[in-house]
Design a protein around this ligand. Structure first.
Ligand SMILES: Cc1cc2nc3c(=O)[nH]c(=O)nc-3n(C[C@H](O)[C@H](O)[C@H](O)COP(=O)(O)OP(=O)(O)OC[C@H]3O[C@@H](n4cnc5c(N)ncnc54)[C@H](O)[C@@H]3O)c2cc1C
Length: 84
């Protein structure tokens, strides 16, 4: 549905969808609004990492399963202290 005259909140509610790409609820970043840092550590908490699609910073216009696997691989390396 294209935006335009008369396009409103109700139109968004009835037509918007995640399209199975739910992500970004715990965004990774370096600014103060980010939930995890670049090593997936939750800010202001000790010993807690988030390793799933929720850390993807912005919603991509593509499938995110491969990115989720990559995040998991990187996260597991970080957990065991492996540097590549
Ligand atoms: C129908 C569908 C089709 C899709 N098709 C594609 C596709 O073709 N290509 C693609 O790239 N992506 C696809 N995706 C997206 C992709 O599957 C997801 O983005 C990806 O699996 C997200 O990985 P995740 O680890 O973040 O979350 P999930 O895969 O949802 O894993 C979360 C895990 O946490 C567990 N869990 C939840 N709550 C708790 C709790 N309290 N305690 C313990 N465990 C808990 C769940 O059981 C689950 O195993 C699809 C998604 C859906 C829903």
């Amino acid at each position: 549905m294209a935006g335009g005259v008369g396009f409103g909140r109700m139109d968004i509610r009835t037509s918007a969808s995640t399209a199975y790409r739910s992500c970004g609820t715990c965004r990774m970043g370096s600014d103060h609004t980010a939930i995890v840092d670049s090593e997936l550590r939750v800010r202001v908490m000790d010993s807690l990492r988030i390793i799933d699609a929720s850390v993807i910073p912005t919603i991509p216009s593509t499938n995110i399963h491969a990115a989720s696997i990559m995040i998991a691989e990187k996260g597991s390396d970080l957990l065991i202290g492996k540097t590549v």
